[in-house]
Design a protein around this ligand. Structure first.
Ligand SMILES: Cc1cc2nc3c(=O)[nH]c(=O)nc-3n(C[C@H](O)[C@H](O)[C@H](O)COP(=O)(O)OP(=O)(O)OC[C@H]3O[C@@H](n4cnc5c(N)ncnc54)[C@H](O)[C@@H]3O)c2cc1C
Length: 365
């Protein structure tokens, strides 16, 4: 059987699903294919933050307001397709851990215009009022708008929403795409796809694709651990970003510590070194909690970024119908839907892509 479609998207993570959704909103039909399951790549993390103040200086992220609006409405839309809550707008604390960090964060804060209610500078004492016994030197930031997401659960709900909107999603298939000049042919187990366009939204594996191996991607492995406090509730509702991050979801007594840090890695599995590293990071922020908590689950994934830390979107220079959407870095949640909308707009109206994210900032060699 032959199935014709406008776009075939390889990859069922934040990038692929957001693009399928945005194309549909622009009346463009697509199908999604994932070699594993939906959210089986970096987008399967059990705890991630929507954090518009990133890095050591807590700099406001690129197009923060627009990105934030897109992800919040997307989370709300997908939530209707899940039986349990997978996101919480529970705020985000960013304590400085040493003097220089506090100075840099404060300088950055003083020269940034934040939307009303997004971000406040707090003294040490004020940080201690929000979170008693947290390690903090010379103050930090409080972002009441911060959102914490079970990203894997978000992906599952998002895929249910897309299916209900008529988008076909095929999992456990890794077809070899054949270019027929004006369309792409992909053989699945029981169906053949003829797609006018092909999109690689394949996360970190994009870096090894012969179509895209000339793009200077940086791959960094990260690990997250789910901790359980041995006795009693945690006593704080918010998430924290200091060394790595501490994500609080719905449970009273569990939290997630995560960090991406391994530039050289030989496999994608969580391991004992990861556990030790995450414990050390947790100890630096919340020493007492580290003593009182045990790890009940561990997960690993790869973050894909580019030299200017901006995603990559665009058309392959040697093809008229081969596209890439990758390199979402540590801000996949913030960037995903906003950039998918931007790309669908570009395709349908001819509006230019933002130069910072345009694939053509790199040259095919
Ligand atoms: C430890 C860790 C913590 C993070 N924390 C945060 C956070 O707090 N906030 C945040 O915003 N971001 C965070 N990120 C980053 C975020 O997870 C990523 O930016 C985002 O998930 C990338 O989405 P993606 O769709 O590009 O890739 P992926 O999620 O990796 O999806 C790619 C998909 O493509 C599939 N695939 C691969 N090759 C093929 C093929 N040939 N054919 C078909 N399918 C294929 C894979 O199976 C996979 O499902 C974190 C990342 C890590 C690793």
């Amino acid at each position: 059987m032959i199935r014709k479609t406008d776009f075939c998207i390889l990859g069922g993570g934040i990038a692929g699903l957001s693009l399928a959704d945005a194309l549909l909103e622009h009346n463009i039909e697509s199908i999604v294919i994932d070699q594993n399951e939906i959210g089986s790549g970096a987008s399967g993390t059990p705890g991630g933050l929507v954090n518009p103040a990133t890095g050591r200086r807590a700099k406001k992220t690129w197009k923060a307001e627009e990105c934030f609006e897109s992800i919040l409405s997307n989370l709300e839309k997908a939530q209707a397709f899940s039986d349990s809550s997978f996101f919480y707008q529970n705020g985000l604390l960013r304590p400085a851990l040493f003097e220089k960090m506090a100075r840099k964060m404060k300088n950055q804060y003083d020269k940034t215009t934040w939307p009303e209610g997004w971000c406040e500078w707090k003294t040490d004492n004020e940080i201690q009022e929000i979170h008693p016994n947290i390690n903090c030197v010379d103050g930090g930031l409080w972002l009441p708008i911060g959102i914490t997401v079970d990203v894997g659960a978000y992906m599952k709900a998002y895929s249910r929403f897309l299916k209900s909107s008529g988008i076909d999603i095929y999992c456990g298939e890794k077809p070899y795409p054949i270019s027929k000049d004006d369309y792409w042919l992909l053989e699945l187990n029981e169906i053949t796809i003829h797609a006018d366009h092909l999109v690689y939204a394949t996360g970190h594996t994009v870096a090894t694709s012969p179509f895209w191996d000339w793009i200077p991607f940086n791959l960094i492995k990260g690990q997250v651990a789910k901790f359980q406090k041995e006795s009693g509730p945690l006593g704080f509702p918010h998430s924290i970003s200091s060394l790595g991050y501490i994500a609080r979801l719905g449970d009273e007594d569990t939290f997630i510590q995560g960090s991406t840090y391994e530039h050289d890695f030989s496999n994608l599995q969580p391991n004992d070194e990861g556990e030790a590293y995450l414990r050390k990071r947790l100890r630096r922020t919340l020493p007492q909690l580290e003593k009182e908590s045990t790890i009940v689950d561990q997960w690993a994934g790869v973050r894909t970024s580019t030299p200017n830390y901006k995603p990559i979107l665009g058309l392959h220079p040697a093809y008229t119908n081969l596209h890439v959407f990758a390199g979402l870095g540590s801000k996949g949640l913030l960037y995903g839907k906003f950039l998918a909308n931007h790309y669908a707009d570009h395709l349908t109206t001819g509006k230019s892509l933002y130069p910072e994210i345009d694939l053509n900032r790199y040259t095919l060699s």
